[in-house]
Design a protein around this ligand. Structure first.
Ligand SMILES: Cc1cc2nc3c(=O)[nH]c(=O)nc-3n(C[C@H](O)[C@H](O)[C@H](O)COP(=O)(O)OP(=O)(O)OC[C@H]3O[C@@H](n4cnc5c(N)ncnc54)[C@H](O)[C@@H]3O)c2cc1C
Length: 364
């Protein structure tokens, strides 16, 4: 299996943000600056060392605007392996294996008026979007930020300073469960009603994101103005160049095969040679021989197309592409909602052909 090139980055700083969360600042060598250029809201995939599996891959969103030192924020998950390892063990001078920035949770226009929602650690990509919009855009921004209690608020000082610096453009509304209880859909709806013409970005625990999404739907927010980022742990390992990882994965795969003997991988629904056209970073590619035995991403990699990806498991959105013509089926999809699918978004790492011609873009 081809693997995306990973890089060893040195840790320049580890900052304690709250009792349960640290920010980690990476040193990006000059020769890799272009590789690690990012859009607000994107994430990195880190390889966290493990005595059991060699390496555990986890995604962490970048919490700063482009141009600032590459920083992620990691909040402890109860009984979580990687998040606690990062909080407890990672120190300045350590090197971490990192995949370049990826993800589609990013505003198309920084001038749009934004309605931002964050719950707990979900503030990470939202803060990057908020700060970038204030610095580079012209629109107004309102942030609804939900936390368990005052001590759980991450980046509270930064938000206070930003709100004071941009009184005409930024409003921050804190919702503390310890004070107000959990927000209800009706309360979120009432809050959002004043901002029904804005573009929404939401990241937080699944129940919070569902409430926000239901509230926005009930206000007839169109799908193209509603964006959300799901935080899940990757099951696979996109690094692949660590021998112990491969050995461990082979053992696990054998066990999985035995467990799932009757779950044959999805056969391509259209087996003939498929004509594939791809737009990626301003370059057009055309091929006429995808047989669908391997997912679209693997086919494109074999043709030398530098298509983006991270998990290869249908669990993150790094490989997402947009259909322009034709369609594909996905073996697995843990991230795209029904509305994303209706919009033509597909995960290329899981895509098998359904039509004899396929045109996609990664530029959407
Ligand atoms: C796009 C995206 C962006 C994200 N951004 C952020 C962010 O900005 N901030 C943030 O805090 N989180 C973020 N997350 C969530 C993050 O990736 C992790 O899901 C989260 O930190 C929990 O991971 P964990 O390993 O601590 O917990 P879990 O995934 O719950 O870890 C427990 C798992 O680790 C296994 N395990 C236990 N011990 C070991 C061992 N020694 N070796 C190997 N495996 C072991 C267990 O079997 C168990 O399956 C993001 C997720 C995504 C997809």
């Amino acid at each position: 299996m081809a693997t995306e090139e990973s890089f060893l980055l040195d840790v320049r700083e580890v900052r304690q943000e709250t009792a349960d969360a640290v920010s980690v600042v990476f040193e990006v060598p000059a020769e890799h600056e272009e590789t690690f250029a990012f859009k607000p809201g994107q994430f990195l995939t880190l390889g966290v060392p493990s005595d059991q599996t060699g390496l555990v891959a986890r995604c962490y969103s970048i919490c700063v605007p482009p141009g600032e030192p590459l920083t992620v924020m990691v909040k402890r998950t109860v009984d979580g392996y990687a998040s606690n390892w990062i909080n407890d063990k990672l120190v300045v001078g350590d090197s971490v294996r990192v995949l370049p920035p990826a993800g589609i949770f990013t505003p198309k226009s920084l001038d749009a008026d934004l309605l931002l929602w964050a719950g707990g650690s979900g503030i990470t990509p939202v803060l990057s979007i908020l700060r970038t919009a204030l610095a580079q855009g012209t629109g107004k921004v309102v942030l609804f930020y939900a936390n368990r209690d005052q001590d759980s608020v991450i980046f509270g000082d930064q938000l206070r300073t930003l709100a004071a610096e941009h009184p005409e453009r930024l409003q921050v509304v804190h919702w503390l469960e310890s004070v107000q209880g959990l927000p209800s859909q009706e309360q979120l709806r009432a809050f959002a009603a004043a901002y029904a013409d804005r573009t929404s970005f939401c990241c937080g625990p699944a129940p919070f994101m569902k409430l926000v999404s239901d509230a926005l739907r009930s206000l007839d927010f169109p799908r193209d103005r509603r964006h959300q980022e799901k935080f899940v742990s990757l099951g696979g390992n996109p690094f692949g160049d660590v021998e112990e990882v491969l050995a461990a994965q082979a053992t696990l795969a054998e066990a999985d095969d035995a467990d799932e003997a009757d779950e044959a991988p999805a056969a391509p629904a259209f087996a003939g040679p498929v004509a594939v056209e791809v737009e990626l970073d301003g370059t057009h590619y055309a091929f006429d021989d995808w047989d669908g035995k391997e997912p679209l991403l693997v086919f494109l990699e074999g043709k030398g197309v530098p298509a983006p990806f991270s998990c290869r498991e249908g669990e993150c959105s790094a490989c997402a592409c947009m259909l322009l013509e034709g369609d594909v089926a996905m073996d697995r999809n843990e991230v795209l909602e029904a509305e994303d699918l209706a919009d033509g978004i597909r995960l290329s790492c899981q895509a098998r052909p359904l039509t004899e011609k396929l045109r996609i873009t990664y530029n959407g």
